[in-house]
Design a protein around this ligand. Structure first.
Ligand code: HEM
Length: 461
């Protein structure tokens, strides 16, 4: 006897199904579906059926069946309309041919170079803050992450080469991302997207041409992409490099901005753990000391905090596939033509996967507990399987660098107390959050004259 389709979550409206609640509060909708139906259930988004899978066992099927009975092409068509033919958006054959190009710039030896850029751009930001003040953290971190993405991925001279025009154009593309509307409809936001994309291409083409003529003059991420060869031994042409660059910029900054800002907010909400971070920073990164790979590797409390934020505040919570061949999942079968979605947030909150999941507890990643190692598909904020995020190490390093340098140089406190998740169609981030900061004074021995006298009387010493 054939298995039944997954049970429908309660609350589906005629015609619209769950589309409105999915758009306006998908966390609650998914939680309710799980509470009432269990780890495999169905949603109806207007005419589209979606099977939601929760937990490591089902996430494993999701990630391992990708490019077999599950396809990434259909659900991410909206990304392809915006960026063009980027590796996994085209199909498994093209993906296999170009996967090496996607991975080349993230090879281990390149990370030292990115660390230098991350440190430099973060320091430029910190230097603008002055001695004391208040800022809206999420906007500030988003701008910083954009700056890092621009400098690390597109080259240090990128910002001056493209001028102020680039990011507003890029934003017109980001704002038009909408998985629920056909991306070719003649809506104003889609028209703005198409105009912006044409202008961005016009900005990038001369840069690429110049680099192809002088490949030895550059040693950065963009040049790695231009130098890399696919499995046929060919480099990618502009028609493929431009979509890849635009796609990587998107993948690289929206998601990272959210989790980087959450890392700071969650540390400020948990002062006892933040104190461990402070002690670690003081021990490893002395006053005016520079970060390097060795020092970064010693900052395990920061690394665990960043990982805990991936668990409790995953930016990319909407990971979809299209079913091309009926898929058995536990007691159910998901028919061809359905979408399938994993829920990282629900999976990350299962007590059988993470102990006391409601607690922000970065020590769960310490070697004696290692809760993230218990299930291969338990922590899936960066996806899993063959398509797991290629930028994961880059993003984790970036979040650690921002946190380490901020804690090295400033004391920060939350003014906004009710920060919550602001869901976007591209990535989630915290709602606007004001923080108050004060530059940490130099240790007494580092100052001379009047400065030393002030520091000696300072309540922070
Ligand atoms: C906190 C930051 C980030 C998060 C949460 C994140 C999350 C994800 C997730 C969940 C996937 C899998 C999507 C799927 O299976 O459908 C993915 C894939 C990907 N990400 Fe990230 N990402 C982050 C940062 C970055 C960065 C910095 C880059 C590049 C600069 C990047 C590039 C990519 C690429 C190229 C893929 C597709 C990989 C493939 O298909 O083989 N991501 N990311």
């Amino acid at each position: 006897m054939s298995k039944p389709i997954p049970p429908l979550a309660p609350g589906a409206l005629p015609f619209l199904g769950h589309a409105l609640s999915f758009r306006n509060g998908r966390d609650q909708l998914l939680q309710h579906g799980y509470d009432t139906c269990g780890p495999v259930f169905a949603l109806k988004l207007a005419t589209q059926n979606v099977a939601v899978l929760v937990g490591p066992e089902y996430s494993k099927i999701f990630f391992q069946e990708t490019d077999r009975s599950l396809s990434m092409v259909e659900p991410y068509q909206f990304l392809r309309e915006s960026f063009g033919d980027v590796a996994f958006l085209v199909g498994p054959e093209y993906y296999k041919q170009t996967r090496s190009v996607l991975h080349e710039p993230f090879k281990r030896h390149k990370m030292t170079q990115y660390l230098a850029v991350m440190q430099e751009r973060t320091q430029v930001w910190l230097d603008t803050l002055g001695e004391t003040g208040e800022i809206e953290l999420v906007a500030a971190v988003t701008q910083l992450v954009q700056d890092i993405a621009g400098s690390a991925l597109m080259g240090r001279k990128f910002q001056e080469q493209v001028g102020d025009e680039f990011w507003p154009l890029y934003e017109a593309i980001s704002l038009a991302l909408d998985p629920m509307l056909p991306a070719h409809w003649p809506l104003p936001k889609f028209k703005r997207r198409d105009r912006a994309r044409a202008k961005l291409e016009a900005l990038l083409r001369p840069m690429l041409a110049e680099r192809r003529q002088n490949p030895d003059a550059y040693d950065d991420f963009m040049q790695e992409l231009l130098n890399a060869r696919d499995t046929t031994g060919q480099p990618l042409d502009d028609e493929h490099v431009i979509p890849l660059l635009l796609g990587l910029l998107f993948a690289g900054h929206e998601t990272t901005a959210g989790q980087a800002a959450w890392t700071i907010v969650e540390l400020l909400r948990h002062p006892e753990y933040a104190q461990r971070v402070q002690q670690e920073v003081d021990a490893v990164l002395p006053y005016q000391g520079e970060l390097n790979m060795e020092r970064l590797a010693q900052m395990e409390h920061i690394e665990w905090a960043v990982r805990e934020v991936e668990r409790v505040r995953p930016s990319a919570d909407m990971v979809f596939r299209y079913v091309t061949t009926p898929l058995e999942v536990g007691d159910y079968v998901v028919p061809a033509g359905w979408l399938v979605q994993t829920s990282s947030l629900l999976t990350h909150n299962l007590p059988e996967v993470f102990a006391n999941p409601e607690q922000f507890d970065p020590l769960r990643y310490a070697p004696d507990r290692a809760e993230d190692k218990k299930h291969r598909f338990g922590l899936i904020g960066f996806g899993g399987g063959i398509h797991r995020c290629t930028g994961m190490n880059f993003a984790n390093m970036e979040m650690s660098v921002i946190t380490a340098l901020l804690w090295q140089q400033f004391e920060v406190e939350l003014v906004t107390q009710d920060t919550h998740v602001a869901q976007g169609m591209g990535a989630n981030r915290p709602s606007a959050t004001i923080v108050r900061y004060r530059r940490r004074p130099a240790p007494v021995g580092e100052l001379v004259g009047a400065g030393a006298a002030t520091a000696a009387g300072c309540p922070y010493h």
